[in-house]
Design a protein around this ligand. Structure first.
Ligand code: IMP
Length: 183
């Protein structure tokens, strides 16, 4: 879906389809170089990371394995609850594996800091994070995110996997949701 199709629901574009593609290519090249011969396991966080995972892995030139987790930290609103629950766990054991978490956005950082230590505690050889977006002003905990697409202001964004109440995930770009949509 493009901007014209959502009309006034989106008040500002944060990253166009072209900017996302260029950034993904850049991140893929870095991940390729860093994980050469390491048989990296990419762990996508459902559902927000689906677009990033699909595009990143296809831009990569090394073999990867893919697994998925679903965790809940948000209800149907726009505020982080800080409570993380596993809704879908990994399919495989990750002992000794080099894990790269693929996430849509780091907001408060609560989800990723929890997830990173959770995966470490299962015996992974390494756990790093790739996030398409990060809101530095919203951070409540320090999380080391090795690969960041774009740092953005503390605003509620949708598109490219990111939703509001399950809507807008299929926007080809990322934009700020207009306030009148949720206030
Ligand atoms: P955190 O635990 O506060 O860092 O939040 C992480 C999760 O909240 C992300 O994986 C998203 O699913 C969701 N989230 C945070 N900010 C936004 C946003 O601006 N738009 C859509 N979802 C968001």
């Amino acid at each position: 879906m493009d901007l014209a199709a959502v009309g006034t629901d989106v008040e500002k574009v944060i990253a166009t389809e072209e900017q996302l593609a260029a950034k993904i290519a850049e991140l893929a090249a870095r991940v390729d170089a860093d994980y050469k011969d390491k048989n990296v396991l990419l762990v996508g966080v459902l559902k927000g990371a689906i677009m990033a995972m699909a595009d990143l892995t296809r831009a990569m030139q090394t073999h990867i394995e893919m697994d998925w987790m679903a965790v809940s930290s948000y209800g149907s609103g726009t505020k982080s609850s800080g409570v993380v629950r596993i809704l879908k766990d990994l399919d495989r054991d990750i002992t000794g594996r080099h894990v790269l978490i693929v996430e849509d956005i780091v907001d408060t950082g609560l989800t990723l800091s929890w997830l990173k230590s959770n995966l470490f505690s299962r015996g992974a050889a390494s756990v790093e994070i790739l996030a398409i977006l990060r809101k530095p002003e919203a951070a409540k905990v320090e999380v080391d995110v090795k690969y960041v697409g774009f740092d953005i202001p503390k605003e509620f964004v949708v598109g490219y996997g990111l939703d509001f109440d399950e809507k807008y995930r299929n926007l080809s770009f990322i934009g700020v949701l207009a306030k009148h949509m949720y206030s």
